[in-house]
Each structure stands twice: as structure tokens, then as C-alpha cells.
Design a protein around this ligand. Sequence first.
Ligand code: HSE
Length: 371
Amino acid sequence: MKIALLGFGVVGRGVYDLTKDREDISVSKVLCLEDVTLPDAEVTRNFRDIVEDETIDTVVECMGGLHPAFDFVREAVLAGKNIVTSNKALVASFYDELLPLVKEKGVLFRCTAAVGGGIGWLSELERSRRAQKILSVGGIMNGTCNYILDSMTRLGLGYDEALKQAQSLGYAEAKPATDVEGIDTWHKIILSANIAFGVSLEKETVPVSGIDKIAACDVEQFTAHGYVCKLLSRAEQGENGIRAFVQPTLVKQGSLEAAVPLNFNLITFTGAASDRMSFYGQGAGRYPTAYNVVQDLVDVLAGRGFYAPYGGKTEARNDGKLTYYVRGAAWPEEETAECWGQGVITKKVSVEKMHAWRKDHPDAFIAALAE
Ligand code: HSE
């Protein structure tokens, strides 16, 4: 199989390295704006060289971002090429355009590396939904946030110091806001929910709150009360539709999530037959992510495309109520249950209402107490 790589950064170079000694997959062209010379592949700055090359049957998109990545993917599908991508923002944002187009053109599409990096999460989720109803998905999907929260909890570091360390270790995205404000996790839970439930979630109906306002004084309170803070995503089939959100969450010390160290991910589905199934591993990094791209290429070679039935645009409904820790802005006294240091514990409040309040109070830090 002759493939073209769109992008030659962390993931693209990883895919090149992992395939260079294989006989079944060979990188024939690479779209890259930098001066790179490769012994056995043509490097081009012009996408037309790829899309018009009939010997290339599969395009691997690992540029990141929405544009021009989506425009290139779309054109490649229209030209009859299979697609493998690691780009969660692209797939989560254009799911309802991409999936029908792929089906119409009869090409194969896979995106396992888009969520969980090296963890075979999406491919197992897709297999699982063939045999049972998926009730919920979610977990720790961002290594940078987990690294920061783990360093603050176990080593007592402040937020800025922990973020700097995560950046120097290369975990954070180019713009750390994508990680720490929860956007990366947001795309990942939307994509996971789409596959689990056969829908295309309206992005704007999935609220997200990140960890960028957490402070050492919050972590001290959580530890004193027997909790550990993690950035958790969740999507579940509720009575009134799909609930889906991303928010810092206080899990009990001793729980599986509380034990996840450093930049690891822990992602879980609950199925009607299987009950809880969790997947743990490296959610980022060159070779873990490239490994899942190669797995997808092998599946494409075997004629196995993606996956879930596509069910149309759906709005998430987040009227379920949770208890929250809030600090950094005045939470109404009549809706307060108790005080924790500089923060308060709220009475039960709907997820929707809390996130709307947080939008109006952007300096506040909120964390839900796990149910
Ligand atoms: N920056 C992400 C993380 C990896 O820290 O998990 C890519 O999604």
C-alpha cells in the first residue's frame, strides 16, 4: 500500500519511522512545508502532487488543526483515497460531513489515534458496540492535565511550576490552552460519544471547564477531605438524551482514577453486558500515537474501515444535578452547603447551570464531586 503523509511533525515522523522497514506499507509522498530530505519518499509542499497521484491509495492526515487539514481530507476522499487521521479536532468537528462523504465515496476511514494516542480505545469501543449497548464513556483523556494535577497533588507543586514541567517534557500542545482549558478532552469525548452512541453531538451543547484556574490551596483542601482532582470527561445515555461534559472532578483517594500517575490516560466504557471496561496507557507522544496510525493502516489494508453507524446531529442535555467545589468568585449563599478553606461546596446544581455560571465568572475554579 502506497501512502502519503500530510504533515511531518511529531506523529508524521513517527509513522514514517514505524513503516520504513515494512513491506506492506510504504510512504511514497510527504506534504511538509519545511526543508526535509527523505531517502525513499518525495517531499512536496503542494497537496495536488498527492491528490492527483493515482498510485497513492491512502492519505494519512497528521497536520492537526481544522484548516487546511479538513479541506485536504475532503479532497482526498473525493479523489477516492482512504483516510487515516490522528486529528481529533477535525473528526469531532466535521463528523456529520465526513462520515456520509466517506460512505458515499466507498473509501475507508479510520481515526483510532485521535483519542488515547497509543491506547486502542476507539477501535475497542467500536468493536464493543457491535455486541452490546454502550451506556457511558469517559475518563482521563489528557496527559498534560493529568501530569499537572498529579504533580500538584503528589509533589505539592504550584500550577505554574507544574505546567512549565509538562511543557518542558513536551506533553503540552503547542498552545497549552488547548490542553488546560479542556478543549483537547472536549474533542475527544465528543468523538468517543459519537462512536459509542451513533450520533454527531453538537459541540456547543457539550460544556467544558478546564484546570487553568486551579491553585495549590484547592489541592490542599481536596487532600484534607480525601479527594484527588482529575480532569474527567463523561458522556452517557440519560433518560432525556445524552449527557456529555468535561470538568475537573474530585474522585475518592484510592479509586482507579485517583491512582493514574504522570501523563497517563485512563478511559472507560460501561456496557450493558460487559459492565466497566477501562483502558490505561500513553495518550500522547510520537511512537504511541504513530503505533495506532499504523494499526489503522493495517486495518485499511485488510479492508476494514470505520465503524459506527452515523445517526445525525444531536444536542447534549445536561440537566442532571451534581455537587461542586467552587473558589474564586462568590457563589450564592443560599445554594451553599459548606465551606472548604477559601472555597465552598454547593448544594446540588445542574451541570448546565454550573457551566453557565462559570462562563460568567471566568476566574472561578470549579470541580464536581464524583457521583
Ligand atoms: N496534548 C495531548 C495530551 C495529546 O496532553 O494528552 C494530544 O491529544
